[in-house]
Design a protein around this ligand. Structure first.
Ligand SMILES: Cc1cc2nc3c(=O)[nH]c(=O)nc-3n(C[C@H](O)[C@H](O)[C@H](O)COP(=O)(O)OP(=O)(O)OC[C@H]3O[C@@H](n4cnc5c(N)ncnc54)[C@H](O)[C@@H]3O)c2cc1C
Length: 429
């Protein structure tokens, strides 16, 4: 098994002494019925609802044109955005068939056909698309619907592991003690067929070469690198991957993402407020989190800022200080009052910021529902000549982009390899 780093996009930091680690990448379990919930249940881990507020009206807001609105607000642009999105994507409760089969798979084209204003388009973009790392320009209807269907299957609530996703990383390490794991082994070349291959003494095995020219051989290879790594051509395949595989790699979108975790001296936001979608804001999503110290009465008041897609990529050139300043100003604008105009700037204690586009071996957030990619997902996931296999979140045929779906693709590919090797399906971790 070749890994550059343990955990990949599951990564923790423990910036606030005495409190559990924070997840800088995957953090929530989207649903109550995923493979992660099952592992957590069987392992006896504490799983917490991400929101302590039962009432969504109070707990989740949209920040639009200087005001916090409820998700069911009658504010005209918000209402129009909600209704339009529901008609296009929410296939559970609405019938799309009345739109006919000839309509475009591009959400942007469909919305433009409806003649919606720029404001409504932006509300849809920031409220509905950024959370799946998508954006108006490339979001796909069919993939968006598939993502929605999976949400219903797994359950609509969001949860988190009390001790962070580090529990899951440890779980897999404990369950793979006999696996030969190599860190900092960057695969640069995969020779899997052709003249070089048959004239060598590889005995039908695939050759892998790393950044130092070191070589390993294997009968089957599973490629699980982020989509960006394949798009950027980090790995040379000899011979090249089939044309349709490359088309899938280059069509499916995986754009940038960053996260900032800020600790404040006191809580300056309303008690029940848990989550904000900020339209055209400095960060498109904001959530609050207050946790207790296991050893004392001290509270840790945290606000997390999160952004994906093109606006996130634009910030990849900013310094950490610039992002912190921009984020705090955004919070001041939202929560400042006449008597306390800069509540965030004045009460910041500490922070951690991480931009995933700048991670040398990830270079983005996660793949997003993409126009004209519905069938290409299957192409991306399919083995090449039963020798090269493909896993990782972008290859999920249910819903891309999450930790549980990444795990599911690993199980799928393990079964595919076993099948090719004439073995019984592998044990499921
Ligand atoms: C900011 C952020 C927030 C997120 N939030 C959530 C969330 O709340 N809930 C959720 O479920 N999911 C979330 N996700 C998504 C989730 O983290 C990912 O979908 C999932 O972890 C992807 O797992 P993976 O195994 O497909 O890829 P990765 O974890 O990225 O693993 C790929 C590995 O390939 C390695 N690699 C790269 N190049 C090479 C090479 N040439 N040779 C060898 N190895 C290489 C990388 O170092 C990495 O370790 C989030 C992601 C981000 C970035």
């Amino acid at each position: 098994m070749h890994l550059l780093t343990l955990g990949g996009r599951v990564k923790q930091v423990q910036p606030f002494k005495g409190f559990p680690p924070f997840d800088l990448g995957g953090e929530f379990i989207h649903g109550s019925n995923t493979v992660v919930n099952k592992i957590a249940h069987d392992s006896g881990w504490l799983v917490l609802p991400s929101s302590h507020c039962e009432d969504e009206e109070e707990g989740t807001k949209i920040y639009y044109k200087g005001k916090l609105h409820s998700l069911s607000s009658d504010q005209p642009e918000i209402k129009q955005a909600r209704d339009t999105w529901s008609k296009i994507i929410n296939s559970k409760y609405t019938c799309q068939d009345d739109e006919g089969e000839s309509v475009s798979d591009s959400v942007q084209i469909r919305l433009e056909e409806k003649g919606l204003s720029r404001d409504v388009l932006d509300v849809i973009d920031w409220w509905k698309m950024k959370i799946s790392a998508g954006s108006l320009v490339h979001y796909g209807v069919r993939e968006g619907r598939r993502r929605m269907e999976s949400k219903y299957e797994w359950g609509l609530g969001d949860f988190r592991l009390a001790e962070s996703y580090s529990q899951l990383v440890k779980y897999y390490l404990d369950n793979s003690v006999h696996v030969d794991k190599r860190l900092n082994w960057q695969v640069k070349e995969v020779v899997w067929k052709g003249d070089d291959w048959s004239s060598s003494n590889l005995g039908g095995r695939i050759l892998l070469r790393n950044q130092h020219g070191e070589v390993l051989t294997a009968k089957y290879v599973v490629i699980t690198v982020p989509l960006t790594i394949l798009q950027d051509g980090d790995i040379t395949f000899i011979p090249a991957l089939p044309v349709n595989k490359n088309a899938a790699i280059n069509t499916i979108q995986m754009r940038g993402a960053w996260k900032i975790v800020c600790r404040f001296k006191h809580r300056f936001w309303p008690d029940k407020l848990q989550q904000i979608y900020s339209v055209r804001g400095f960060s498109s999503e904001i959530w609050t989190h207050s946790c207790d110290s296991p050893d004392s009465d001290v509270k840790c008041h945290v606000i997390v800022g999160f952004e994906t897609a093109e606006p996130a990529e634009e910030k990849s050139v900013l310094s950490g200080q610039e992002v912190l300043d921009g984020f705090l100003s955004h919070l001041d604008e939202m929560f400042g009052t006449v008597s306390d105009p800069h509540p965030a700037t004045d009460s910041i204690m500490d922070h951690v910021y991480f931009h995933w586009s700048n991670h040398p071996f990830i270079r983005g957030g996660y793949s997003s529902p993409t126009a004209h990619a519905y069938d290409l997902r299957h192409v991306l996931a399919s083995p090449v000549e039963d020798r090269l296999f493909f896993a990782g979140e972008a290859t999920s045929l249910r819903s891309c982009s999450t930790v549980p779906t990444a795990i599911e693709t690993g199980t799928r590919v393990a079964d595919e390899v076993c099948h090719s090797a004439g073995l019984n399906p592998c044990a499921k971790l």
